[in-house]
Design a protein around this ligand. Structure first.
Ligand code: PGA
Length: 255
């Protein structure tokens, strides 16, 4: 059974509300012919509600880029899963390497966020991946396994059905350097094997594992054709409707 391809766009800290609405509208128009691929766009918090209005009843899903695990309280500057859900979003990116690198996220905080997201009906897209130093030291699998075990500690197989994993080698993010399809496939396969060990073969088989790191129209097909790569988390190339929609159309043709 082939898994559904999920293409998500991580807008990062880009786009004012009017720019966000314009981009979302262009993506909506350019993907009207899509019937199989799951599309998710993740604008900044401030643009979630306005973008939700724009995508309306199209097949585009909305996601946030981060969240806090507490429900509410004196946590100045933070946003809860319930608040995100109230904008119309149903996905949330958790543990992106930029969050781990610049904002002190750890496997433990990722785990708390994943649990709170699921409790509030948000589907987490959980990012894992090694740095260049770690790859060169030959500890990619060790690092990614630690991240996966940490992120999903105490979760049930039932809860895991709502989760997407994004493998994003840190050295490939925003650098123009992509993992080769073979390098990516190898790690995806290892992640799937670990998930099977942890949660059983049904989860292992059904889990969507996206690749992220300099995905663009020119390399999307070779990556998405790999047996264990089920989608892409796209940064730079999702900020232009043309390149994002090209990636989505490449995915559509492969299904
Ligand atoms: P990139 O970002 O496509 O610009 O490398 C991917 C990501 O950070 O999710």
């Amino acid at each position: 059974m082939k898994r559904q391809i999920v293409i998500a766009g991580n807008w990062k800290m880009h786009k004012t509300n009017s720019e966000a609405m314009q981009l979302a509208n262009q993506v909506r128009i350019k993907t009207m012919d899509i019937t199989k691929t799951q599309i998710v766009i993740c604008p900044p918090f401030t643009a979630l509600a306005p973008v939700y209005e724009v995508i309306g009843d199209s097949r585009i899903h909305l996601g946030a880029q981060n969240m806090f695990w507490e429900k509410e309280g004196a946590f100045t500057g933070e946003i809860s899963a319930g608040m995100i859900k109230s904008t119309g979003a149903d996905y949330v990116i958790i543990g992106h390497s930029e969050r781990r690198q610049y904002f002190g996220e750890s496997d433990e905080t990722v785990n708390k966020k994943v649990k709170a997201a699921l409790e509030n009906g948000l589907k987490p897209i959980v990012c894992v991946g090694e740095t260049l130093e770690e790859r060169e030291a030959n500890i990619t699998l060790k690092v990614v396994s630690r991240q996966i075990r940490g992120a999903f500690a105490d979760l049930s197989a039932e809860q895991m059905k709502k989760v997407i994993v994004a493998y994003e080698p840190v050295w490939a993010i925003g650098t123009g350097k992509t993992a080769t399809p073979e390098q990516a496939q190898q790690v995806h396969q290892e992640i799937r094997q670990l998930l099977t060990e942890m949660f059983g073969s049904e989860i292992g088989e059904k889990m969507v594992i996206q690749y992220g790191g300099s995905v663009k129209p020119a390399n999307a097909e070779s990556l998405l054709s790999q047996p264990d790569i089920d989608g892409a988390l796209v940064g730079g190339a999702c900020l232009k409707a043309d390149s994002f929609s090209d990636i989505i159309h490449i995915a559509e043709k492969l299904q």
